[in-house]
Write a protein that binds this ligand. Structure first.
Ligand code: C2E
Ligand code: MG
Ligand code: MG
Length: 245
């Protein structure tokens, strides 16, 4: 049944360097003669029926395999970001799975960026620290997804080297229309900068948003303004410049 799943990849784009710095793997469920289903529709179901580990396992292996293939073809695509479900994190020694996917693919661990939502992390309670520490020990990068929407204690930022904060798209959508919201985003960016954490804005859809972010020190963006998530072959065609220039 897992054969019907497919990964699409969305560019993580550096405004400062004007180039691709990574991709995020986003899972889709293929349906005959219909558009693919998005993860919001089936991930909660898989969590309920205890199948989320199986999906997570497939996603991790497939993303590592694809990353390896692109590198072998000479394409420097940057980092491969993989989402972790809070449920699988709570239930399963997830680092075992990631270690074997890395071993299998021969991918350097620093190529992988694991995304965990802030609320997912907070659900771990006192175990959040230890969980992050175990992942970090694998040598992978860690990103906090949907940052600003969880009940963030912020304490984990004090204690632990998180590599990246992904500002939730809810903040970005009203960036240029709501003054108070814009100040909030600016403060979040300053927080990240002063802690030396990379900041990325999710859900950037307009040039005005991109311009605002850039002028406030947020150099990495993701969203329809750059590109929607794409099948692997389309991403390759649009972004790899292997053999050109
Ligand atoms: P996320 O990790 O925050 O991923 C970003 C979501 O925003 C994606 O939705 C993406 O298609 C969408 N998006 C990107 N740019 C824009 C934009 O400019 N505007 C708008 N309105 N949306 C944009 P998607 O693919 O439906 O995924 C939803 C969520 O499902 C993800 O949120 C992630 O939490 C989860 N997810 C996706 N793939 C996986 C996976 O392989 N494993 C697990 N555990 N969760 C996944
Ligand atoms: Mg994500
Ligand atoms: Mg997000």
């Amino acid at each position: 049944a897992l054969g019907e799943f497919v990964l699409h990849y969305q560019p993580l784009w550096s405004l400062g360097q004007d180039r691709l710095v990574g991709v995020e793997a986003l899972v889709r469920l293929k349906q005959p003669n219909l558009p693919p289903l998005g993860p919001a529709e089936f991930i909660p179901v898989l969590e309920d029926i205890g199948q989320i580990e199986a999906l997570g396992d497939w996603v991790t292996r497939e993303a590592c395999r694809q990353a390896r293939q692109w590198l072998d073809a000479g394409w420097e695509f940057g980092v491969m970001a993989i989402n972790l479900s809070p449920v699988e994190v709570a239930r399963h020694p997830v680092e075992q799975r990631i270690r074997s996917a890395l071993d299998e693919s021969g991918l350097p661990p620093e190529r992988i960026e694991l995304e965990i939502t802030e609320s997912g992390l907070m659900e771990q309670g006192a175990r959040a620290d230890e969980f992050l520490r175990r992942l970090h020990a694998l040598g992978v990068r860690i990103a906090i997804d949907d940052f600003g929407t969880g009940y963030s204690s912020l304490a984990y930022l004090r204690r632990f080297p998180v590599n990246k904060l992904k500002i939730d798209r809810g903040f970005i959508s009203e960036l240029t229309t709501d003054e108070r919201n814009a100040r909030l985003v600016d403060s979040i960016l300053q927080l990240g900068q002063s802690l030396g954490i990379e900041m990325l804005a999710e859900g950037v859809e307009t040039e005005a948003q991109a311009r605002h972010l850039r002028s406030h020190g947020c150099h990495t963006i993701q969203g329809y303004f750059i590109s929607p998530p794409l099948p692997a072959d389309q991403l390759w065609e649009r972004y790899s410049r292997v053999g050109e220039d």
